[in-house]
Design a protein around this ligand. Structure first.
Ligand code: 13P
Length: 251
């Protein structure tokens, strides 16, 4: 069965002490009021080893926001999937639009990252989504189909281990959210591509999250759509009240 998931992407926010405090506060809030969905927080690399022991792993999963496309060796400044896994983290965001646009991550690089994440038992949260000009030219379907090439070389078994996140770039951090209908249309299209490639069962079981200016006041309608299985949350994941408000949309 497909899971409902709310995942936070802290991006490059919070120093170590602030990150630990945020994780503790979230852990307490969710211990007092158990969520009705899977919850994941994806933090900067340096937070991982400190955050994993302080959250209840039965309630909150922890992930990185990226990992290297190489196994190990002379790649100064990079962090491997194995290193991420060694902190106790279980997830890794891959293919975020900020990585694609600012750091030149291509379909091929992302294919390597996804494979290395899976080889180290990390669950990739693989992001896809179009920029505004592509949406205006009604090319969003083509764009996401091309981005899926990074994960469509996986075996059906491996594909079944990943989470997808549709994040229209024009909705990220802009306060502009896709309408529930826009999200449903493209999520259904993404699921149809998975069904074509891997069959209906794999497609039905794949969680497809929506990301882009999610907040407590707009997620209920988004999450109510049949092909929207939760959210990938940026800004609103940095305040426990907001993040929990989003998690509570599944109650
Ligand atoms: P915002 O929720 O801040 O728009 O960010 C979305 C995002 O990029 C999550 O990965």
């Amino acid at each position: 069965m497909r899971k409902n998931i709310v995942a936070g992407n802290w991006k490059m926010n919070k120093n170590l002490q602030e990150g630990i405090a945020l994780a503790k506060e979230l852990n307490e809030a969710l211990a007092a009021d158990k969520p009705n969905c899977d919850v994941v927080i994806c933090t900067p690399f340096i937070h991982l080893a400190s955050v994993t022991p302080i959250v209840d792993s039965a309630v909150i999963g922890v992930g990185a926001e990226n990992c290297a496309d190489k196994v190990s060796g002379a790649y100064t400044g990079e962090v491997s999937a194995e290193m991420v896994a060694s902190t106790g983290a279980q997830y890794v965001i891959l293919g975020h639009s900020e990585r694609r646009s600012y750091y030149g991550e291509t379909v091929e690089i992302l294919e390597e990252k996804v494979k290395l994440a899976l080889a180290n038992n990390l669950t990739p949260i693989f992001c896809i989504g179009e920029v505004l000009e592509e949406r205006q030219a009604e090319k969003q379907n083509e764009v996401v189909a091309a981005q899926l090439a990074s994960v469509f070389t996986l075996s059906a078994e491996d594909f079944g281990k990943i989470i997808l996140a549709y994040e229209p770039v024009w909705a990220i951090g802009t306060g502009l959210t896709a309408t529930p209908e826009q999200a449903q249309d493209i999520h259904a299209y993404i699921r149809s591509l998975i069904a074509e490639k891997y069959g209906n069962e794999v497609a039905d079981n794949c969680s497809i999250l929506y990301g882009g200016s999610c907040k407590p006041s707009n997620v209920k309608e988004l999450f109510a759509k049949p092909d929207v299985d939760g959210g990938l949350i940026g800004g609103a994941a940095l305040k426990v009240a907001d993040f929990k408000g989003i998690i509570d949309a599944f109650k």
